[in-house]
Design a protein around this ligand. Sequence first.
Ligand code: NAD
Ligand code: 4PL
Length: 247
Amino acid sequence: MTERLAGKIALVTGAAQGIGKAIATRLAADGATVVVSDINGEGANTAAAAIGGKAKAVAADVSDPASVKALFAEIEKLGGVDILVNNASIVPFVAWDDVDLDHWRKIIDVNLTGTFIVTRAATDQMRAVEKAGRVISISSNTFFAGTPNMAAYVAAKGGVIGFTRALATELGKYNITANAVTPGLIESDGVKASPHNEAFGFVEMLQAMKGKGQPEHIADVVAFLASDDARWITGQTLNVDAGMIRH
Ligand code: NAD
Ligand code: 4PL
């Protein structure tokens, strides 16, 4: 598409499928070297092969510090990360009556603590080489809507927004920006295979524009936030949902 990310190294977590794969594809199309990471190593290999060129698959579980340490050792060999996209998450559909402590802990562990673990390692690597860095975290418009059957997820996604605001303050002096994106319902691989796929009718009724949200709608906005055009934006949450939420 462009060469605006030429020379940059981007890490996308949860990039074997869905929104993460679309983001990795778009950043590669803009000229970045993309590390396609996922807990599903086989899926990451397939996605990286489909992207081709400079894409490289590295399996990692964002909630496992040892696994994340090994991931960043690989990225170090490439020259160190410039752009981090925190995309990996579990997207549950669990009725409130079934939300127990085990579920709550699992969702907070992967979706919020995983974001912290990867961001800690990434920003340390960015600072070590004094790079202008980007941290872009995928939250969700469920944080604004209080969407049903996702209580722990909504809490974790709110945590990602709070973390992003604090991170922007902490990292501005290092020329690293931190922003969040809140997609609405997107027809990703995960959603297509889940009960969320039945919600499109209701969600489209609330959207200002009609149609089903696609992974590329999110990838294009992430590519903008990763680009030099977005250099004066930090600590922000960009809502990308065809106008379902107005705030
Ligand atoms: P998806 O389920 O299709 O893909 C998620 C990927 O993350 C999978 O490949 C999975 O293996 C990986 N993953 C899960 N746990 C992991 C872990 N511990 N470590 C590393 N990778 C892990 O999901 P999606 O719909 O493409 O969602 C992508 C992002 O967008 C998520 O952050 C999700 O919360 C967010 N989001 C999705 C929607 C939607 O409607 N699809 C809406 C708003 C926000
Ligand atoms: C509006 O993030 O944003 C369902 C499932 N509906 O994961 C989401 C909406 C889902 C969403 C989400």
